[in-house]
Design a protein around this ligand. Structure first.
Ligand code: GLN
Length: 488
């Protein structure tokens, strides 16, 4: 008999917590420069297999590490993320580093500025290791739409890490970064975090500046952190959140100390469980783990009660109209003239546009541009786009009604654990349904956290989604901490 080749490997390695890293740094046990070097070694070792990083920003990272070490040597107070190695999803720009958005059409583009979230991280002392793989223009649920190849799930390399921020989730799960930045338009932070067994945050719309984010759907796009535990995710959100004059949609609301909020006990909090998220299509093992998580919340003193969000079933069609309409407008700027890839063989200007877009965009991106253009076209606008906007309003109002009665809502983050590479690539609708539990909160603009909540018999992580009303991230963190502490 031929010997079986081993194809499934596990690269999971828990990163240190921010508190541990800080103690090491302040105590002189480790230098930021050595830490960065160690992370680059780890990346060199496992990236060929996992395809998590698309580019490394070593020079910038080492210069920052040296700055942190100089501060530490002088005994100066260290900023909150001093020396913390962080990766950045490749839809956020970093000055001088390639920004591909996972697309061939941006190949060779070097942005001349930093995204606000990126500069805030660096100002807080973080060491930016490089740019992370993702689905093309953040469109996808498996990272298989990247023009630079899929990311493999560090828990099981035959499976997808989720998407579109697959690289951001996998980087933390495989300890190729202590934390990372991703973006979430319809689930792209929450679903991959859940598939890879890490914490992911969907901040309230407007909480984090979108300046320097390569836009997919501007009324839905959010920038948020991934981390190995809830408290660290809360610290990171505190660093990147806040009003930014460069993003007119960013909220002027004060930014609380999210980490301190997450420390508060959950006793007395009212937690809603919506029946619509536990219906047909939910995997039995995922359900069993989420139910254990809910039991853990009860044991911690939460009042758990059933709630109803009856319009939930309209969320997927609504999302795929709003998101594609906005994408068709946002992606019009990639014309072969201003950024990245230009088709070499065109004789006219119109031909250059056409060929550059034809050759530069992948199949899913083209599908979305077509769908969105159709939904916005004269004669269809009222039937599709306007209707979708009206349903979006109903979905938001429905959440607000429920949040009058409960402090948080808990659901599974995704209907299944991580699926196999290639399993859904031939069926776009099946892929879209991977977001069935995440898109509604996206449309409503509310916030949430996904926290690991047990695993299937095969060892695949399950995530619980904790949703809270606008600007109530602190409450979502508190509840997520209790689920984490329950060790499902
Ligand atoms: N999977 C969803 C989509 O393809 C969500 C993507 C995202 O949140 N960026 O649109």
């Amino acid at each position: 008999m031929p010997t079986e080749t081993k194809t499934v490997e596990n690269y999971v390695e828990k990163p240190k917590t921010l508190a541990e890293l800080r103690a090491d740094l302040v105590g002189g046990k480790v230098k930021a420069a050595d830490l960065a070097a160690r992370y680059y070694d780890r990346i060199a070792e496992v990236n060929p297999r996992l395809n998590v990083y698309l580019s490394l920003s070593k020079e910038r990272a080492l210069a920052q590490a040296a700055r942190v070490d100089a501060l530490a040597a002088k005994g100066d107070p260290l900023p909150p993320l001093a020396g913390v190695p962080v990766g950045v999803k490749d839809v956020l720009v970093m000055k001088g580093a390639p920004a591909t958005a996972g697309s061939k059409i941006l190949k060779g583009y070097q942005p001349p500025y930093d995204a606000t979230a990126v500069s805030k991280l660096e100002a807080a002392g973080a060491v930016l290791l490089g740019k992370l793989n993702c689905d093309e223009f953040a469109m996808g649920s498996s990272n298989e739409n990247s023009a630079y190849g899929p990311v493999r799930n560090p828990v099981d390399t035959e499976r997808v890490p989720g998407g579109s921020s697959g690289g951001s989730a996998a980087a933390v799960a495989a300890n190729m970064a202590v934390a990372s930045l991703g973006t979430d338009t319809g689930g792209s932070i929450r679903q991959p975090a859940s598939f890879c067994g890490v914490v992911g945050v969907l901040p309230t719309y407007g909480r984090v500046s979108r300046y320097g984010l390569i836009a997919f759907a501007s009324s839905l796009d959010r920038v948020g952190p991934f981390a190995g535990n809830v408290r660290d995710a809360a610290t990171l959100l505190g660093v990147i959140a806040g009003h930014d004059p460069k993003d007119a949609t960013s909220s002027p609301a004060p930014v609380p100390d999210f980490a301190a909020e997450s420390d508060k006990p959950v006793e007395g909090l009212r937690v809603g469980v919506p029946a619509e998220y536990f219906a047909e299509g939910l995997d039995a093992e995922v359900r069993a783990n989420i139910e254990k998580g809910i039991a853990g919340l009860k044991a911690a003193g939460c009042t758990v009660k059933p709630v109803s969000l009856p319009h939930t079933r309209y969320a997927i069609p609504t999302y795929y109209l709003v998101a594609t309409a906005e994408a068709s407008a946002n992606l019009a700027r990639f014309d072969g003239v201003r950024y990245g890839y230009r088709s070499p063989a065109s004789e006219t200007l119109a031909g250059l546009y056409k060929n550059s877009r034809e050759e530069g965009f992948g199949a899913e991106v083209k599908r979305r541009i077509l769908l969105g253009t159709y939904a916005l076209s004269a004669g269809y606008y009222d039937a599709y786009y306007r209707k979708a906007q009206q349903v979006r309003r109903l979905l938001a109002e429905e959440f607000l009604r429920v949040f009058a009665d409960v402090d948080a809502i808990v659901t599974p983050t995704a209907p299944t654990a991580a699926f196999k590479l290639g399993e859904k690539t031939g069926d776009p609708l099946a892929m879209y349904l991977a977001d069935i539990y995440t898109v509604t909160a996206s449309l409503a603009g509310i916030c949430g956290v996904t926290v690991p909540c047990g695993a299937t018999a095969a060892g695949l992580p399950v995530g619980m989604q904790v949703l809270a009303a606008h600007l109530k991230e602190g409450t979502a963190f508190r509840v997520a901490r209790a689920v984490e502490a329950a060790q499902i």
